[in-house]
Design a protein around this ligand. Structure first.
Ligand SMILES: [Fe+2]
Length: 367
């Protein structure tokens, strides 16, 4: 369907859900079956008027970046994975250099984040998935204010978190239908396989890394694997990588489903994995990787458009908003501040952004 700039037909698709109805979707290609609430957004038409874009923001310039650094990482990560698969010794010098460049870039702007979210990959690739998880982990780590050397460790762990999967057959990894009990058991060996591979190729000096890789699927409430660890028994970085691993899977297409917008991915994670991650990490995910981080634009059910001023720890989907445009798309002479937490009747229906022609566009899930 051709998409007009001022009229966007939004189809209710999967995403979030009708009460009481549940659907199973497979995360991470085939990693773990989780129950995700499903919601059928009614088909509706949203009129978005042409508006004056904000002063030429850095956003477009960032998106213009051709993503050289992102693509440079691919052969390097492939080579490291291959050496780990063969059990060869590895010098991590180049990888550490790459991690450092990633951190600097993510500190400066969102170009790597844009690549990690929107670079289209034809089929599931552990290499791209790992690079994306590394980028999202660094973004969260920076917001949690870790020291430089800690962020470097987090980046390396994000890059290698799924290395155990190189020992799992492709038939299981990219199987488009549900896995059998036996196949799930095989897949669940990947954290331990990764642990062993890291120790073999990198030695005891990297025991910390092997431990994080082994714990990435453990959950705060003890519901994870392989050991069912809880709370403080799990390395903080394993928790960060664990949450962005799910986020990465949801925001990318898999053989059995379409991708979700960051907005809906975060919403699902918050509602479905309530006790699986500590609050400060869920909060960092909402603040940094949902579609409405501070400064971003959102559309309310009143059709008004505003800018996010403050996120809300206790109710992360109900931030404080500065209303800038009325329900007809007219710019308000004086803006109005609304704390969605105090106005239960109002809620965010969608993130919106300025496209390159200066129109507001609704972010939507892929068809
Ligand atoms: Fe993963």
């Amino acid at each position: 369907m051709p998409r007009s700039l001022d009229l966007i037909r939004r189809k209710g698709k999967s995403s979030v859900s009708k009460k009481g109805e549940e659907d199973e979707i497979s995360l991470n290609g085939a990693e773990k079956e989780v129950e995700i609430p499903k919601n059928n957004i009614e088909e509706e038409e949203i009129m978005i008027k042409p508006l004056t874009p904000p002063e030429k923001s850095a956003v477009l310039a960032e998106i213009d970046d051709k993503g050289g650094l992102y693509f440079e990482a691919v052969p390097l990560v492939e080579m490291v994975f291959e050496n780990l698969r063969l059990g060869s010794k590895i010098n991590l010098g180049a990888v550490n250099e790459l991690a450092g460049a990633f951190i600097e870039s993510i500190r400066r702007n969102n170009s790597l984040l844009v690549k990690a979210l929107f670079h289209k990959i034809d089929k599931f690739s552990i290499v791209y998935h790992s690079i994306n998880v590394c980028i999202f982990s660094v973004k969260l780590g920076l917001s949690l204010r870790y020291e430089k050397d800690e962020i470097e460790k987090l980046a390396l762990a994000g890059l290698l978190h799924d290395v155990g999967k190189i020992f799992i057959s492709k038939e299981i990894l990219i199987k488009p239908s549900n896995l059998s009990r036996e196949e799930i058991d095989t897949l669940k060996q990947h954290p331990v396989l990764g642990y062993n591979a890291i120790l073999k190729s990198l030695g005891e000096e990297y025991l910390w890394l092997a431990e994080i890789v082994k714990q990435e699927n453990e959950r705060e409430d003890g519901s994870g694997y392989p050991e069912g660890l809880r709370g403080d028994g799990i390395h903080e970085f394993a928790k960060i990588i664990g949450i962005v691993d799910i986020y990465e899977a949801l925001t990318h297409q898999r053989p059995q489903r379409s991708k979700f917008t960051p907005f809906h991915a975060v919403k699902m994670i918050i509602s479905t994995f309530k006790n699986a991650f500590p609050t400060h990490i869920s909060k960092a995910l909402v603040g940094e990787l949902s579609a409405f981080p501070i400064g971003s634009f959102v559309k309310l059910n009143s059709n008004e458009i505003g800018r996010v001023l403050e996120t809300n720890t206790l109710a992360p989907l109900r931030p404080k908003i500065e209303i800038l445009y009325d329900s007809s798309g007219r710019k308000l002479h004086s803006s109005r501040i609304v704390d969605l937490n105090d106005h239960s009747i109002l809620y965010i229906t969608s993130p919106v952004f300025f496209n390159e022609k200066g129109f507001f566009e609704v972010e939507k899930d892929e068809e």
